[in-house]
Design a protein around this ligand. Structure first.
Ligand code: NAI
Ligand code: MG
Length: 332
């Protein structure tokens, strides 16, 4: 049995975490969850968003499955996600964008893996309020941090025989920062046989919507990666369908792309697929790929049937009924 830190999180987090626990139990997946929460609910109880018990658990287990955490908008709050990613230097944010079921979709050739730099860029949190009428956010791009994420993308592309790596920047406007990222990419690309494509982020957004099949592995800075992965989610059924992971040298936190979805919290209609597919990425890395495949197959079969879809996919099933259908399918 391996121990994994489970952070249910805020909003729909506990509902989708419960779904993962039920599916793991039904499949007898050899994983023990050590549950330590973080976020708003913990703050209301303990006066801190990220309790020490969480850091202890993460440092002990080195592997976590995390639900979404609500970040209050406004002064004085840094995103807790950004804080965790920085603290443990989880520099690779990897988001596979591929349909997980036969859903009505505009394209049938979407198969991308987006590598997002996860520790700097405008997420560095270097902001200054100059006056009531002026504020600055500083964009930070460094050679080292660009190089390691770009190398991760090329390594992945080479190892998995992918067709190309597309580097996304706005180097025509931000010549210093994005120019540096692009320069590093051109250097790194020389070490690989994988072809590199260059594209500006605005055109990328348009191309992904018009003709996503032309892209394969994508590597980009933190903010562009955030935005393009939500766009990618829209191509494959929405935020309820897209998994993700944050990886560093010796720790990984697996979490979906979506947030805490306060608009549907407590209604019992959240789609737990993204969190389940995220748990599959974790199982793959833990050497439990067989369990992951069973879960993926069940998701595919259940969601390919219009009668057994959740509300975000136009269906009628509640979270619980959907999980029940998955478990029945897994048991067959
Ligand atoms: P969101 O991703 O929570 O929701 C956007 C829309 O997608 C909503 O209409 C929501 O109902 C829907 N949606 C998202 N996940 C779904 C699911 N699994 N099933 C069905 N529908 C789903 O984004 P929003 O509203 O911008 O952010 C809400 C909060 O989440 C904010 O406080 C934000 O900071 C936080 N957030 C946290 C993240 C994390 O912890 N990794 C990531 C993104 C946002
Ligand atoms: Mg995001």
């Amino acid at each position: 049995m391996k121990t994994v830190t489970l952070i249910p999180g805020d909003g729909i987090g506990p509902e989708i975490a419960a779904a993962v626990k039920k599916v793991f139990e039904a499949l007898k997946v050899p994983v023990v969850f050590e549950e330590v929460n973080a976020g708003k609910a913990v703050f209301e109880r303990e006066g801190t968003y990220l309790p020490d018990a969480l850091f202890e658990s993460l440092e002990r287990n080195k592997i976590a499955l995390k639900g979404p955490i609500t970040t209050p908008i406004g002064h004085g709050f840094r995103s807790l996600n950004v804080e965790l990613r920085k603290k443990y230097d989880l520099y690779q944010n990897i988001r596979p964008i591929k349909p997980a079921a036969d859903l009505p979709m505009k394209f049938d050739d979407v198969d991308m893996v987006l590598f997002r730099e996860n520790t700097e860029d405008l997420y560095a949190g270097v902001e200054e309020v100059i006056s009531e009428n002026e504020a600055h956010s500083i964009k930070i791009i460094t050679r080292d941090k660009s190089e390691r994420i770009i190398r991760a993308a090329f390594d992945y592309a080479a190892a998995n025989k992918r067709r190309s790596v597309t580097v996304v920047t706005k180097a025509n406007i931000m010549k210093a920062t994005d120019g540096l990222f692009l320069d590093v990419a051109r250097d790194v690309a020389k070490d690989y046989d994988v072809p590199m494509k260059e594209i500006l982020v605005d055109n990328m957004a348009m191309q992904m919507v018009m003709n996503p099949g032309q892209f394969d592995v994508i590597v980009t800075e933190n903010l562009y990666g955030d935005i393009l992965s939500d766009l990618g989610a829209g191509l494959i059924g929405g935020l309820g369908m897209i998994p993700g992971m944050n990886k560093g040298k010796d720790m990984a936190i697996y979490e979906s792309v979506h947030g805490s979805a306060p608009d549907i919290q407590g209604k019992g209609i959240a789609n737990p697929t993204a969190m389940l597919l995220t748990s599959c990425l974790m199982l793959d890395d833990m050497g439990e790929g067989a369990s992951a495949e069973k879960i993926r197959r069940a998701v595919y079969d259940v969601l390919s049937n219009p009668d057994t879809r959740t509300a975000d996919l136009g269906g009628k099933l509640s979270t619980e009924d959907y999980v029940r259908a998955l478990i029945e399918r897994v048991g067959e």
